[in-house]
Ligand binder design. Structure first.
Ligand SMILES: CC(=O)N[C@@H](CCC[C@H](N)C(=O)O)C(=O)O
Length: 372
């Protein structure tokens, strides 16, 4: 078996949630320390890593970032190398992203280029967000790259596909948690209570009017409530309910507007249902905005590559805290085709492993071109 596929399968078996990536960090470190060390400098940052490959005649530093965390999903792929961590899964391709980064790192340790390379192994992309604090860290400030690249697997495209666009690629995101507190009581005596199951249902419905009635139809936004909890048993009226969701917008300005509307609607629910509500926006990610010139240059570079199918894609409502790095450092992210029927965040996601070698080849060529 190809060694990067073995690495991917090893990592696939040990998914860990944001800032708990202890085994993942140890695995990455163990592998990186097994490479020739002459050109390497390594710094740990929380559960992540910064790894610098010193160039032979450095003029600049090229950054490459991978995320390393998994999701709270129970895997249903039935693969022999399924997750060994209960209710956790690499269902967003971060096992692929890490293997590709290690493939690049291995290549450039063995075949150094003129410029320095900085590999960033970033925790907590799925939440609460590792990119922004990593960017602010003294470790990164000392090794700040001049440009930075990353990729994300895309189930819908065949292997060999690179899908990218200049400018906005991924949305602005904000988590959304709303706690409702009313007055519980006997199921047969509703007039003595303020039922938070009813309030939560009304709130979910009213939240849907924001996208349909407050956002310009030529703009776009998403409000998804992914989880509702409330109540205790079937014959007690619920005193508490909690909605958990996420907001996606195409601009930071629309995010402000959507939040303003959420606050107005929640305040109406408080009045209408005589309850108390608390909104918490959790973690927020800045949009992924690809640097125009570098993206165009990358696309031109790929046009001569007969093994790559280049697609100029549309922006997506997915979020990525890589956006914080792109806000400060020129660079881009692209979608990498992995050809599989189940989407990101699905318990049956099973990407085609041929995409690992394809990505390593593409990015080895591009980084070599940029760094010599
Ligand atoms: C690529 C991808 O799927 N990213 C996640 C980022 C999650 C951000 C945050 N936890 C949220 O839910 O708002 C996504 O869900 O798009």
């Amino acid at each position: 078996m190809n060694s990067l596929i073995k690495i991917r399968r090893d990592l696939h078996q040990i998914p860990e949630l944001g800032f708990q990536e202890f085994k993942t960090q140890a695995y990455l470190l163990n592998y990186i320390q097994s490479l020739p060390q002459e050109r390497l400098s390594i710094k740990k940052w929380k559960t992540g890593l910064f790894v610098k490959v010193h160039g032979v005649k450095p003029g600049k530093t090229i950054g490459y970032r991978t995320d390393i965390d998994g999701l709270p999903i129970t895997e249903e792929t039935g693969l022999p190398f399924s997750s060994t961590h209960e209710a956790k899964m690499h269902a967003c391709g971060h096992d692929f992203h890490m293997s590709i980064a290690l493939g690049l790192l291995t290549h450039f340790v063995q075949n150094p280029i003129a410029d320095n390379l900085l590999f960033i192994f970033q925790p907590a992309e799925e939440g609460p967000g590792g990119a922004e604090p990593m960017l602010q860290s003294k470790e990164m400030q000392e090794w700040m790259p001049d440009m930075i690249f990353a990729l994300h697997i895309a189930p819908e495209y065949p292997v060999g596909t690179v899908a990218i666009k200049e400018g906005l690629l991924f949305a602005n995101t904000s988590e959304l948690f709303i706690d409702l507190k009313g007055k519980g009581g006997h199921a047969a005596l509703p007039h003595q209570t303020n039922d938070m199951v009813i309030a939560a249902c009304a709130l979910v419905n009213q939240l849907q009017t924001i996208v349909s009635r407050n956002v310009n139809p030529l703009d776009s936004a998403v409000i998804t409530i992914g989880k509702i909890t409330g109540g205790t048993v079937q014959n007690i009226i619920a005193e508490n309910a909690r909605l958990e969701g996420t907001i996606r917008t195409l601009t930071p300005e629309s995010m402000k507007k959507v939040k303003h509307r959420i606050e107005a609607i929640v305040s109406g629910i408080e009045t209408g249902f005589e309850c108390v509500a608390k909104i918490d926006y959790g973690s927020m990610y800045y949009q992924v905005y690809n640097h125009e010139e570098l993206t165009k240059e990358f696309m031109d570079f790929l046009k001569d590559d007969l093994e790559v199918q280049l697609i100029e894609c549309k922006e997506a409502m997915t979020g990525e805290d890589f956006g914080y790095l792109l806000k400060e450092i020129p660079g881009f992210m692209f979608w990498l085709g992995v050809d599989t029927p189940y989407g990101l965040h699905h318990a049956k996601l099973n990407p085609n492993e041929d995409a690992i070698a394809a990505a390593v080849r593409i990015m080895t060529n591009y980084i070599t071109f940029k760094g010599n």
